[in-house]
Design a protein around this ligand. Structure first.
Ligand code: FE2
Length: 189
């Protein structure tokens, strides 16, 4: 068995970058066509097509049964009543879990089963979220500054975006009078 070497990296708490690396994923608003309820608000904002989130990788060791490590930075913003959010996904390897650790900002993580059972947890500096296998996960920036979190997941987990793109999450996080509110997704099927 190949012997991999230990890896050291440095996280920048200010902007979420690791070793000043470039993002491995940059999602603009236009990449989330069909994900927000308010199509008119979506189209109006599409003229500027802002960046919604970026993912920065730690250069991992490359072990086949190893771990992937990275940070995500979700910008603050709102489309209609919905906050900027990630697409959300299941893992292709369904049993693969994941851990998120919030570094800064405020948000919510929606963790949901394939039949729509949802758990919403508040994210703020220091919160740790264990996402079991078979649960989809999406993060939402409900604050006024970037939401930055650190994630660790099995290298062979993969991403299944299709199920969420097709049917959405059963629960939405929307801006209410006194802050974020959870509502049922009227488009969920
Ligand atoms: Fe994941």
């Amino acid at each position: 068995m190949e012997l991999f070497q230990p890896v050291l990296a440095k996280l920048n708490f200010e902007d979420g970058t690791i070793d000043n690396c470039e993002p491995i994923i940059i999602r603009h608003l236009g990449d989330l066509q069909g994900y927000f309820q308010d199509e008119a608000a979506f189209q109006a904002m599409l003229i500027e097509n802002p960046v919604l989130y970026r993912v920065y990788p730690m250069k991992a060791s490359g072990e086949e049964a190893g771990l992937l490590v990275g940070t995500s930075v979700i910008e603050p913003g709102i489309v209609g009543k919905e906050y900027f959010m990630t697409k959300g996904h299941f893992h292709l390897l369904e049993k693969a879990p994941e851990v998120y650790f919030t570094l800064s900002g405020e948000g919510m993580i929606l963790i949901e089963t394939a039949n729509g059972n949802a758990v919403a947890q508040k994210m703020k500096k220091g919160t740790i979220h264990y996402i079991p296998g078979k649960w989809a996960h999406r993060t939402i920036n409900t604050g006024a500054v970037p939401l930055i979190f650190f994630a660790v997941w099995p290298a062979n987990a993969g991403h299944n975006y299709g199920a969420i793109k097709d049917k959405g999450f059963a629960t939405l996080v929307v801006k209410g009078k006194d802050g974020p509110e959870l509502i049922k997704n009227p488009s969920y099927h």
